[in-house]
Design a protein around this ligand. Structure first.
Ligand code: NAP
Ligand code: GFB
Length: 318
């Protein structure tokens, strides 16, 4: 294999983020890059022997590590222990076997929801360990923070180039649209789809006042590939739209209603938690590298996702 040739193993390659990367790779393939997108059927990465076998089978030079137990606010609140244990097992297996099999670079995936709950804003990459995360998802958050700790250990003791990206809330085609376990954007999309069908009110959970930054999975895919190819730091980098692009859940719901041309009644179920009020993150570090990167306009990204969901309802994760 040519020295410059990359064989990139994408763990968790069949999910929302993985499919975003795949869409970009298929649109703009590179002759010196070969991608393998894994699902849990290829290997249960909580199992060390299965992890070792899939690395030996594909012999990657690079890894994009996405595989994780992932969920929205309500899924996390119900199962913090499982989110911690499953993700800790996956992360230890993938990172240690990547190092043992000579992988040069691993790009892992943290999240803007793992930062300290009591913090100053905007959040930046230096704050990851500055205090306990929001209690709703401490299991997932601590498991993710340990990726940053392990990256430091492997890089220090083995000379690897293990790094990580910190996306904000992601949405797009191939998301998990399950109402109880999924994230807010797919939840709202699934709900409006059903409201239109059944002529029922659109019930938004919580007060609608919580604030989020949302990134379209295809934009994240483009940024992930830039990190794989060009980003040389081992310190994490936040991949998010700007602070000014943060919107309320109410505004997100209105975007989704517009995406379906829904003009029915909105209701807010205040018995459901709002979770973190906000987790406003700075993308200044990203902008230092990519000052001209263009994010897909929110209305277009949401409309495309609504159209994808409608066209793929029978096979979507609901
Ligand atoms: P997703 O759609 O649920 O996909 C998860 C992927 O991980 C799937 O390919 C799944 O395989 C795989 N997986 C789960 N358990 C596995 C196991 N035990 N062994 C092997 N593979 C396993 O999640 P996503 O939203 O794409 O998330 C991908 C990464 O982005 C995660 O690390 C997540 O923490 C991070 N992230 C997501 C968001 C967000 O808003 N979605 C925000 C920030 C960071 P199957 O398809 O076979 O189940
Ligand atoms: O995406 P989400 O579930 O998780 O968003 P987080 C929760 C926010 O959306 C709360 C409101 O303010 C909810 O009140 N919301 C309104 C809804 N309607 C709905 C709905 O139908 N479904 C859902 N899920 N929420 C997650 C972390 O936090 O962020 C995860 O728990 C992950 O670990 C993810 O990292 C990126 O944004 O609050």
């Amino acid at each position: 294999m040519m020295a410059s040739h990359k064989r990139i193993l994408v763990t968790g390659g069949t999910g929302l983020v993985g499919q975003g990367i795949r869409a970009v790779v298929e649109q703009d393939p590179r002759a010196d890059e070969e991608f393998v997108f894994l699902s849990s059927k290829d290997a249960d990465l909580t199992d060390r022997a299965s992890t070792k076998a899939v690395f030996e089978k594909h012999q990657p030079t690079h890894v994009i590590h996405l595989a994780a137990k992932v969920g929205g606010l309500y899924g996390n609140m119900k199962a913090n222990l499982q989110f911690f244990r499953i993700n800790t097992a996956i992360n230890d297996n993938v990172l240690s076997i990547a190092q043992e099999t000579g992988v040069r670079k691993v790009v892992s995936c943290l999240s803007t929801c793992i930062f300290p709950d009591k913090t100053t804003y905007p959040i930046d990459e230096s704050m990851i360990h500055n205090g306990p995360p929001h209690d709703s998802n401490y299991g997932y958050s601590y498991a993710k923070r340990m990726i940053d700790v392990m990256n430091k250990g492997f890089n220090q003791q083995h000379g690897t180039e293990f790094t990580a990206v910190v996306p904000t809330n992601v949405f797009g085609p191939h998301d998990n649209f399950n109402l109880e376990e999924g994230h807010v954007m797919p939840g709202l999309i699934h709900k409006v789809y059903k409201c239109k069908e059944n002529k029922t009110p659109f019930i938004v959970w919580g007060t609608g006042s919580a604030r989020r930054q949302f990134i379209y999975s295809k934009d994240l895919g483009r940024l992930f590939l830039w990190v794989l190819r060009e980003y040389k730091e081992t310190e994490p980098i936040i991949l998010s739209v700007s602070e000014e692009d943060e919107i309320s859940i109410k505004e997100a719901a209105e975007f989704v209603a517009k995406g379906f041309d829904f003009d029915g009644e909105f209701q807010y179920d205040r018995t459901r938690s709002d979770g973190q009020f906000k987790k406003t993150a700075s993308n200044a570090k990203l902008r230092k590298y990519l000052p001209d990167f263009q994010f897909t306009p929110m209305e277009q990204a949401i409309r495309e996702t609504c159209e994808w969901f409608t066209a793929n309802y029978s096979t979507a994760r609901i």
